[in-house]
Design a protein around this ligand. Structure first.
Ligand code: TYD
Length: 204
C-alpha cells in the first residue's frame, strides 16, 4: 500500500531543477518530513552504470535503444527504490521520470508517442507521480546554461530542444491535474514559493 508522496521534476536541460529540488528538500525536512532525493537516469546502484552509458557512450545509439535504456533504468528505480520509499511513507523528490521519455524520445527523437506511453506504464507497473512540476525554460537560456561541455543528450541541437520544450507543454495540457508548469525565468525564491504552494495542496 502506498503511503508516501511521489513528486517529479521535469523540464529542459538547464531549467534549474536541481536548485529547486534542494530548496524543497530543505523546506520539507525542516517540517519534519522524511524525504528521498533521487533521479533518472542514475539512481543509486545499477542506475549509475546505465547513466554512464546513456550520457557518455560516444558511439552510435539508436533512438529505440536509447528509449529502452531509459526505461530499464526506470523499471529498476521504481521497483528497488521508489516503491520501498513510498511504502516507508517518504516524500520522494525525483529529478526526471516518465515525462522526460515522452518529451525527449517522443517529441525530441520522434518516436511513436502512444508506444512510449505504453512502455512507460510497463516500466513503472502503472505507478504515477502525485505531482509533476515542469520548469519551463526557453531554449536559448537552456543552451546558455548548459555551456560548451555537453553530454550525449545535450549535443542533440537547438531544434531537438525546441521539440522537447513543446513536448513538456503538451504533456501539461493533457494532464493539468497532475502536471504544473512554472516559468523558470522567475527568481529562485519566487519559483520556490510556487513549488511549496503546489506541494502543500498535494499533501492535503
Ligand atoms: P542530466 O545531467 O540529469 O540532465 P539534467 O540535469 O538537465 O536533468 O541528464 C539527463 C539527460 O537525459 C537529459 O538530457 C534528459 C535526458 N533524458 C531523456 O532523454 N529521457 C529520459 O527518459 C530521461 C529520464 C532523461
Amino acid at each position: 500500500m502506498k503511503k508516501g508522496l511521489f513528486i517529479t521534476f521535469e523540464g529542459g536541460d538547464g531549467c534549474g531543477k536541481t536548485t529547486q529540488i534542494e530548496l524543497l528538500n530543505k523546506y520539507l525536512s525542516g517540517k519534519g518530513y522524511k524525504t528521498l532525493l533521487t533521479r533518472e537516469p542514475g539512481a543509486k546502484g545499477l542506475g549509475e552504470k546505465l547513466r554512464e552509458i546513456l550520457l557518455n557512450y560516444d558511439g552510435e545509439v539508436s533512438p529505440n535503444c536509447e528509449s529502452f535504456l531509459f526505461l530499464a533504468d526506470r523499471a529498476q528505480h521504481v521497483d528497488c527504490i521508489i516503491k520501498p520509499a513510498l511504502e516507508d511513507g517518504k516524500i520522494i523528490l525525483c529529478d526526471r521520470h516518465t515525462d522526460s521519455t515522452v518529451a525527449y524520445q517522443g517529441y525530441g527523437r520522434g518516436l511513436n508517442l502512444e508506444r512510449i506511453y505504453q512502455l512507460n506504464t510497463i516500466a513503472t507497473s502503472g505507478l504515477k507521480p502525485d505531482l509533476t512540476i515542469v520548469l519551463d525554460v526557453d531554449v536559448e537560456t537552456s543552451m546558455k546554461r548548459v555551456g560548451k561541455e555537453k553530454d550525449r543528450m545535450e549535443s542533440a541541437g537547438i531544434e531537438f530542444f525546441k521539440r522537447v520544450r513543446q513536448g513538456f507543454l503538451e504533456i501539461a495540457k493533457k494532464e493539468p491535474q497532475r502536471v504544473k508548469v512554472i516559468n523558470s525565468s522567475d527568481t529562485i525564491e519566487n519559483i520556490h514559493k510556487q513549488i511549496v504552494e503546489l506541494v502543500e495542496i498535494c499533501k492535503n
